[in-house]
Design a protein around this ligand. Structure first.
Ligand code: ADP
Ligand code: GLC
Length: 510
C-alpha cells in the first residue's frame, strides 16, 4: 500500500515562504515522494501560489468553512512532481505581499479566520467531502494548521494526524469570542482543551488532539519540556511525552549546492574554492562594500527578531568592527522595525564596513551564503535552524548559539591553540553581546590560520545534511500510525489550563 499523506501548511517554497517552514514543507514532501510516498500539500491560494503553481485546475468545492465557501485548485509545485491543492477563497487569501502581513508590516486582522478556514478544509478533505483521494495521515505543520486534528475528529475523518512543531513560540492565540466564527464545536468550547489563559489557542488544540506530535531536532524536543523553552506548553508537552517524536530537518541539497547554484556568481566545490573568491567579490559589490579579497567577511541573514538575537548583534558589531579594522559585515533580513532601524544606524555609522539590505530576497540569500567567510547566527531558541546549514554547504563557517538544532548540527572548533578535529563551526552559550563577541573572536583568530580554516570548510561542505535519513523516520512514523487502531473520539489529553509562559516572545511571523 502506498501511504497517502496530506500536508497542511501556510507556506511551501517557492509558492510561499517567510522562513524555514516553507523550505521544509517543500523539501520534505519532495523527499517523501522520491521514497514512494504520495505526499500532497494543501495550502492557501495566495496570489503568488495561484500565479506560480503548475497545471492548476479546479478540483472541488467546500462549503461551511469559516470565511465562506471555497474552491479547491489542484496542480503541482513548480518544477516538481509534488501535488499541491490550493484553497481558493480570494477574499481571504488573494492579497499582495507576505502570507501574514500587510504592506505596513502589520498582521492581517483576520489571520485567525484565514487559518481556521485552512484547518476546516483539511478536515473536510480527510473526511471525504470531495472526490480527492482520502489521505491515510494528515500531517499538519505549525499553528496555522493547529485546529486540524481536533476538526478531523469532529468531521469523523478516519485518517491519523501528526502535528509538527516548527516553532512553539508562534501559537495562534485569539480571543475566545472568535470561537463561533472559527467553527470551534460547541462541546469543545465547553472544556479547556483549546483554551489558553482566557484565549483560544490553535497550538494548544494541536498539542491536545494530534495522534503524534513531532518537532524538528533532538535538542529542541528535550528543551520544550522545560519552562524556559516550553512557551507555556511544557506542562502539556510533558503529558504527551510518549507521543512526542524528534525528527531532525534536512535541507534541499539541490537548491543549496555551490556546484550548480544558478543564483551565485561562480560555481565551486570543496576541492577548488576559487569560485568562492569570485562570489566574495560579488557579495562585496552587491552589499556596497569595498573589494578586499583578504578581509574577513561576516554575514548575518535571517528574520530580524529577538529570536535570532539580532538585538544582541547590534550591540556586538560595533565592538568587533573597532577591534578588527579589516572586518566587513554583510546583513540581509527583515523583521522588527526597531531592529531594522538599529541596523540602519550601524550601517550609516560604518559605511565602508557594514553592507545592509533590509528586505526579503532569495537571490541575495544565496549570494550571502556563497560569498561570506563566516555566518553569525545567534538564537535565543532555535527549533532547527536551516540557515547555518545552508552556509556550511557553501564553505561559510557558522558562529551560532548552542541551542536547539544548532547544538545538534554545529560541532565547535575550539581554539587555534586547541583545535577540534571534525569541527564545523563555533558555538556560544548565553545571550549577552560579550558571549557573541567571544565566539566571533575565536572564529576571526582561526580565519587567519589557513590550514585550520580550510579543514573547517571541508567538514562543512561534506556534512551529511540531506533529507534521506529523516524522510525514512517520517515514513516509519506514518506506517506505524496507519497500523494503529483509531483512538477513541474526543479524548483530548489535557483539559487543564496550561502554565503561564515564562517568557513571551514576539508572535509576529515577519
Ligand atoms: P526560521 O524559520 O526561524 O526563520 P531557518 O534558518 O530555519 O529560520 O530558515 C530561514 C529561511 O528563511 C532560510 O531559507 C533563509 O535563507 C530564509 N530567509 C530568512 N530571511 C531572509 C531574507 N531576508 N531574504 C531571503 N531569505 C531569507
Ligand atoms: C521554524 C524555526 C526554525 C526551523 C524552521 C523549519 O521557523 O524557527 O528553527 O528551522 O521552522 O523547521
Amino acid at each position: 500500500m502506498r501511504p497517502n499523506i496530506l500536508f497542511v501548511a501556510a507556506e511551501a517554497a517557492p509558492l510561499a515562504k517567510t522562513g524555514g517552514l516553507g523550505d521544509v514543507v517543500s523539501a520534505l514532501s519532495e523527499a517523501l515522494n522520491s521514497d514512494g510516498i504520495h505526499a500532497t500539500v494543501l495550502m492557501p491560494g495566495y496570489t503568488a501560489a495561484l500565479d506560480h503553481a503548475e497545471k492548476l485546475k479546479p478540483c472541488g468545492r467546500l462549503s461551511g468553512l469559516p470565511g465562506g465557501d471555497a474552491a479547491l485548485w489542484c496542480g503541482h509545485m513548480p518544477d516538481s512532481d509534488v501535488e499541491v491543492i490550493l484553497l481558493r477563497n480570494d477574499a481571504l487569501y488573494k492579497r499582495a505581499g507576505s502570507p501574514y502581513l500587510d504592506a505596513d508590516g502589520n498582521e492581517f486582522a483576520d489571520n485567525g479566520l484565514r487559518f481556521a478556514a485552512l484547518s476546516h478544509a483539511a478536515a473536510q478533505l480527510a473526511s471525504g467531502a470531495t472526490d480527492i483521494e482520502l489521505p491515510h495521515v494528515v500531517h499538519a505543520h505549525d499553528w496555522h494548521a493547529g485546529l486540524v486534528p481536533m476538526l478531523m475528529r469532529e468531521y469523523g475523518a478516519e485518517a491519523k494526524s501528526i502535528f509538527t512543531i516548527h516553532n512553539l513560540a508562534f501559537q495562534g492565540n485569539y480571543s475566545l469570542a472568535c470561537s463561533a466564527e472559527f467553527g470551534i464545536p460547541e462541546h469543545v468550547r465547553q472544556d479547556a482543551s483549546v483554551e489558553y489563559w482566557g484565549q483560544l489557542s490553535f497550538m494548544k488544540a494541536a498539542l491536545n488532539y494530534a495522534d503524534r506530535i513531532t518537532t524538528v531536532s533532538n535538542s529542541y524536543a528535550r528543551e520544550i519540556l522545560t519552562p524556559k523553552f516550553g512557551s507555556g506548553f511544557d506542562g502539556l508537552l510533558r503529558q504527551r511525552q510518549n507521543d512526542l517524536v524528534a525528527v531532525p530537518n534536512g535541507i534541499d541539497t539541490l537548491t543549496w549546492d555551490p556546484t550548480v547554484d544558478p543564483l551565485i556568481a561562480r560555481n565551486y566545490d570543496q576541492e577548488d574554492l576559487r569560485g568562492k573568491q569570485v562570489c566574495k567579490r560579488d557579495l562585496q559589490k552587491t552589499f556596497g562594500l569595498p573589494f578586499d579579497p583578504f578581509a574577513p567577511v561576516m554575514a548575518m541573514g535571517s528574520r530580524l527578531t529577538t529570536q535570532k538575537m539580532a538585538d544582541v548583534a547590534i550591540e556586538a558589531m560595533p565592538v568587533l568592527l573597532a577591534a578588527h579594522p579589516r572586518l566587513q559585515i554583510a546583513i540581509l533580513g527583515c523583521g522588527d522595525r526597531d531592529i531594522e532601524d538599529g541596523l540602519r544606524a550601524l550601517a550609516t555609522n560604518h559605511p565602508d564596513r557594514v553592507g545592509l539590505h533590509i528586505g526579503y530576497d532569495e537571490g541575495r540569500a544565496h549570494c550571502l551564503h556563497a560569498g561570506a567567510d563566516m555566518l553569525l547566527h545567534g538564537s535565543r531558541f532555535e527549533p532547527f535552524g536551516l540557515t547555518p546549514i545552508y552556509s556550511m554547504r557553501y564553505g561559510t563557517v557558522p558562529i551560532a548559539s548552542r541551542v536547539g538544532g544548532l547544538a545538534d548540527t554545529v560541532v565547535d572548533a575550539g581554539s587555534v591553540e586547541q583545535p577540534v578535529v571534525n569541527a564545523t563551526g563555533f558555538l556560544f552559550d548565553g545571550e549577552a553581546a560579550a558571549d557573541m563577541i567571544a565566539a566571533v573572536e575565536r572564529a576571526l583568530a582561526m580565519f587567519v590560520q589557513p590550514q585550520l580554516w580550510r579543514a573547517l570548510q571541508r567538514e562543512d561542505m561534506t556534512a551529511d545534511v540531506g533529507w534521506e535519513k529523516s524522510s525514512q523516520l517520517y515514513i516509519n512514523l506514518y506506517r506505524t500510525l496507519i497500523a494503529e487502531p483509531a483512538k477513541a473520539m474526543f479524548q483530548p489529553v489535557s483539559r487543564e489550563r496550561t502554565t503561564r509562559p515564562v517568557e513571551q516572545v514576539s508572535m509576529k511571523r515577519a
